[in-house]
Design a protein around this ligand. Structure first.
Ligand code: 3PG
Ligand code: MG
Length: 371
């Protein structure tokens, strides 16, 4: 079973075990039927030259054992225990290279292949593609988490109740352009926040001070703004900004409407924008959210993200469907303790974004099920 146990670990301690807990239904489903389980995952981005302590899956095996109330062995050699977690697949560069010999070795460990690694679905690595290929003729199935994630994200986009609103933020505009282009014409409104807004604002001739700018994306930004003008979708940008001279707690801040002065950078959407966006969100019936509105990890630049998260929670309470992409947006929701208020929080950041871009997963096409 390929899982995504790529969890944050600080000084050997797992700081968020959500990806492990979300894999439990598939794991228990195998164990409850008397199966033995070989689990495989990557963790972080090691060099690919062999074992590195900092990227060992041992703490994950321990945590999974606690959650299951059973021993979980972290080993590449053990073939007799009920539950074995193979060490970090990325200790070999065969994983990233999709190496056939590396895959064959893994394929020999199982009678059934199960992919439950939604968070890794957008990577065509050996364990995701070459292993199911090497197991042709044996059952190759989608795990319960993978199936659930695909269903939610697919339905959110294809059968969304209107008004349908997408909230897109985060630092890099280059990460989100594909999603914006795909969502034009599909959603009623796209709300843009985060540092990615500044490339758009700069392309329209706004003064953005020293805010983050992706100069080589200015033309793409202009093209997207023009496409939005032609489409029924409203593409909205921040009109005020919480600015500072540096990203530091306690640094002097000012709220700026319109042009940002030289030397200042926008680090959060301002109160006017937050109110305007929150109003749109509260009236929505379907909301997809990927990427924070500002530097939510740092007071006072968390306010915009928090107001939007609360508006999504309110809309969800009133019957809307809310789908939150993994990564930073999931972390933001958790830091505001609003997890239980969302319809679905994805375990995938890059993977959920790829679904918003309208792209199918090659890894999923290798499975027998029509998920
Ligand atoms: C993730 O957390 O993004 C997935 O586990 C994939 O990891 P990667 O971005 O290092 O490929
Ligand atoms: Mg990633």
């Amino acid at each position: 079973m390929r899982v995504d146990f790529n969890v944050p670990i600080k000084d050997g301690v797992i700081t968020d075990d959500r990806r492990i807990r979300m894999a439990l239904p598939s794991i228990n489903s195998v164990l409850n039927r008397g199966g033995t389980l070989t689990l495989m995952s990557h963790l972080g981005r090691p060099s690919g030259d062999g074992f590195e302590e900092a990227f060992s899956l041992s703490p994950v095996a321990k945590r999974l054992g606690e959650l299951l109330g059973k021993e979980v062995i972290c080993s590449d050699e053990d073939t007799t225990s009920e539950i074995v977690l193979i060490e970090n697949l990325r200790f070999s560069d065969g994983e990233k290279n999709g190496d056939a010999a590396f895959a064959k070795n893994l394929a020999e460990k199982g009678d059934i292949y199960c992919n439950d690694a939604f968070g890794t679905a957008h990577r065509n690595h050996a364990s995701m593609v070459a292993v199911p290929e090497a197991m042709a003729g044996k059952p190759r199935v989608a795990g319960l988490l993978l199936a659930k994630e695909l269903k939610y994200l697919d339905e959110a986009i294809t059968t969304a109740k209107k008004p349908f609103v997408a909230v897109l933020g985060g630092a890099k505009v280059s990460d989100k352009m594909g999603a914006i282009e795909n969502l034009l014409g599909k959603v009623d409104t796209i709300l843009i926040g985060g540092a990615m807004a500044y490339t758009f604002l700069s392309s329209s001739g706004e003064q953005i001070g020293s805010s983050l700018l992706e100069q080589n994306r200015i033309e793409d930004a202009l093209r997207i703004i023009a496409a939005a003008d032609e489409s029924p979708t409203s593409l909205l940008f921040p009109t005020d900004h919480v600015c500072a001279k540096e990203i530091k707690e306690g640094s002097e801040i000012q709220t700026v409407v319109g042009s940002i002065p030289d030397g200042w950078m926008g680090l959060d959407i301002g109160p006017e924008t937050s109110d305007r966006y929150a109003e749109v969100v509260r009236n929505a019936k379907t909301i997809v959210w990927n990427g924070p509105m500002g530097v939510f990890e740092m007071y006072p630049f968390d306010a915009g993200t928090r107001i939007i998260a609360e508006a999504i929670a309110t809309a969800t309470d009133a019957g809307a469907t809310s789908i939150v992409g993994g990564g930073d947006s999931a972390a933001a929701i958790a830091s505001f303790s609003l997890d239980s208020k969302m319809t679905h929080i994805s375990t995938g950041g890059g993977a959920s974004l790829q679904m918003l871009e309208g792209n199918a997963f090659f890894s999923v096409s290798k499975l027998d099920d029509s998920v």
